[in-house]
Design a binder for this molecule. Structure first.
Ligand code: UDX
Length: 467
């Protein structure tokens, strides 16, 4: 199928005007990409700092490729930003709501305050037929509840319709995933709503992107189910890593062997420190919480295990560090390589890397952290940790080095050169990305999650046996 170049599509006469409420990670990307696709877009947020940054061409988070697209959209005059909900209500034909649903304080439930308020504030002001489209990840049943609520407060009553369009973009690949998604999902309650969504996503649908249309609760569930499945796959291989650790087996070899089975596949089967970020952890907890509320908690009680397996990788890493340090971390100088929840991101929400750094610190280690992009965000969360600006500085004098986020800079480092800087050549590769043999040959005590502690180099093993 021919792939159309979606880099700058000419605007169509009579195209729907789009607003995007919430210009965080998801909303900013959606607004920018919709403008790039040729629509007139208004981005809306209650935070003037975010709006000012975006309006002046600055993306307030790290996302490769997005600043260039923002510039393109602003230069083309298709994208504007405001904090004014009156302006948004007057402007838009289709309103996308992209505000966050963080984990509620003291609970596993999703905090719905921002979603509810965005829908209500907008609905109150809408005076002509329009479509409100939820993109946020929400507990199943939210769209139905919100439909009643917005139709009650809106001057146009039932003329204001609601749809759900879950978003599957990955941080680090946000532009690609938005412009060329592997599927689109529309949750609709009327043919009119479906028609509007088809118009809005026409350039993407014309590329041959698969479209799945369902009702509102199904569309809401797709997102929860997708993220739960991905989390399950990661925790599955990390559970195997635990078995490997007590049997002397190697989880990286095991994962490779599984990956060749086309029914299993190799994606999301990378063993290591596990998942974090603004989505997977909170989404599986909120899904579990919602299932309990609905009286079907047993159906997905296994998600508790998925969460536990994931968190155990962090404490296992601390155990390994303690072991390498000779039994106690007190006063030990530890280099933490990485703070972001994954590479090519500055996001430290529920980041396994930063959590491990925090746990090491609480055990008395002198923790120094370096992340190529996430230092500022990480420092905001844990100001007690020491942050430095380079790989050379972070490993300087370290007694134990931990690779926690698999940035290329860390993968590509030379074990000899690093070895010259540390106090002790001891490293824990929590992401299983380093060349173990190269490190061991350079005299490092190399440890990894799910892999045997002592692998003799083949030649040395034989000669020792003969001796
Ligand atoms: C995820 C989903 O992929 C996306 O569809 C959804 O919309 C939002 O959540 P994102 O949070 O950007 O996207 O990260 P992703 O690339 O999916 O990685 C999630 C976490 O899993 C990361 O912490 C990553 O390090 C970890 N991971 C991923 C593994 O530990 N092993 C793997 O094999 C894959």
């Amino acid at each position: 199928m021919a792939t159309q170049n979606l880099d700058l599509v000419t605007p169509r006469v009579g195209s729907p005007r789009i607003t995007v409420i919430g210009t965080g990670y998801l909303g900013a990307t959606h607004a920018i990409c919709m403008a790039v696709l040729g629509y007139d877009v208004l981005g809306v947020d209650v935070d003037p700092a975010k709006i000012d940054a975006l309006a002046s061409g600055r993306v307030p988070f790290y996302e490769p490729g997005l600043p260039e697209k923002l510039r393109q959209a602003l230069d083309a005059g298709r994208l504007r930003f405001t904090t004014d909900f009156d302006e948004a209500a007057a402007f838009g034909d289709v309103h996308f709501i992209c505000v966050g649903t963080p984990q509620a304080p003291g609970s596993h439930a999703a905090d719905m305050r921002y979603v509810d308020s965005a829908f209500i504030e907008l609905a109150r002001r809408i005076t002509r037929k329009a479509l409100l489209v939820g993109k946020s990840t929400v507990p199943v049943g939210t769209a139905e509840r919100l439909t009643a609520l917005v139709q009650e407060v809106s001057p146009i009553g039932a003329e204001l319709e609601l749809a759900w369009n879950p978003e599957f973009l990955r941080e680090g690949f946000a532009v690609e995933d938005t412009l060329h998604p592997d599927r689109l999902v529309f949750g609709v309650a009327s043919e009119w709503a479906e028609e509007q969504l088809r118009r809005v996503f026409r350039p993407i649908l014309d590329e041959g992107t698969p479209l799945v249309v369902g009702d509102l609760p199904t569309a809401e569930l797709v997102k929860a189910a997708a993220n739960s499945f991905l989390a399950t796959k990661i925790s599955y291989i990390n559970a195997m890593a635990e078995i490997c650790e007590t049997t002397g087996a190697d989880v990286t070899v095991l994962a490779e062997a599984l990956s060749h089975d086309a029914r299993i596949g190799g994606k999301f089967l990378k063993p290591g420190l596990g998942f974090g970020g603004g989505c997977l952890p909170k989404d599986i907890r909120a899904f579990r919480h919602r299932a309990e509320e609905l009286g079907v908690g047993d159906a997905i009680s296994f998600l508790d295990q998925i969460d536990q397996i994931n968190l155990r990788r962090r404490s296992r890493t601390v155990d390994l560090a303690r072991e390498l340090a000779g039994g106690s971390l007190d006063g030990v100088k530890v280099a933490a390589l990485g703070a972001a929840f994954k590479p090519n991101s500055d996001d430290v929400r529920d980041a396994p890397a930063l959590d491990v750094a925090r746990m090491l610190y609480l055990e008395g280690a002198k923790v120094v952290v370096y992340d190529p992009e996430a230092n500022v965000n990480a420092h905001r969360v844990y100001p007690d940790l020491d942050f430095v600006e380079s790989l050379a500085e972070v490993v300087d004098g370290a007694e134990v080095v931990l690779l926690l986020t698999e940035w290329d800079e860390f993968r590509d480092a030379d074990p000899e050169a690093l070895g010259d800087l540390v106090a002790e050549r001891r490293i824990i590769d929590t992401r299983n990305v380093l060349d173990a043999d190269a490190y061991r040959s350079a005299g490092w005590e190399y440890r990894a999650l799910g892999r045997p502690a002592h692998v003799e180099l083949p030649v040395a093993a034989e000669s020792e046996a003969v001796a």
